[in-house]
Design a protein around this ligand. Sequence first.
Ligand code: ATP
Ligand code: MG
Length: 138
Amino acid sequence: MSNRTFTMIKPDATNKGYTGAILDQIIKAGFTVKAMKWTKLTEEQAGLFYDIHRARPFFQELVDFMISGPIVAAILEKENAVADFRTLIGATNPAQAEEGTIRKLYAASIGENAVHGSDSDENAAIEGDFFFSKLERF
Ligand code: ATP
Ligand code: MG
């Protein structure tokens, strides 16, 4: 069990002005920010980040969406971080997300779903390394 996960606030949420509210909810849920940056992905970077979905029919739509505005990338720390963060954000499809979850509150659709959360300890480490150097985290 790891105590770290990785998140991105996605372009739909940054474009709609939800960044502050989402960060507030994450911090109030007990996560500590260990690294953070506000940036905009290139098409190549978005494709690499979601490389596991390259063969899926929605891959190009996903990449186009992920480059449609800025994102906030962050490494978060909390006991049981990966599982607890997935609970906090809710189901991939906001229509199926629990009341009070970030996706229920801020996501519009399965494609434009406001936040990313790592699905395993291994991927949390890989995704954190994708965005942050040793100098940029603690
Ligand atoms: P994320 O990895 O972003 O946290 P997730 O783990 O809940 O989301 P995945 O199955 O990993 O869901 O899908 C990655 C992303 O691809 C989703 O968050 C969503 O933006 C997009 N996506 C997934 N399924 C669909 C779909 N059927 N149509 C359009 N986009 C989709
Ligand atoms: Mg995923």
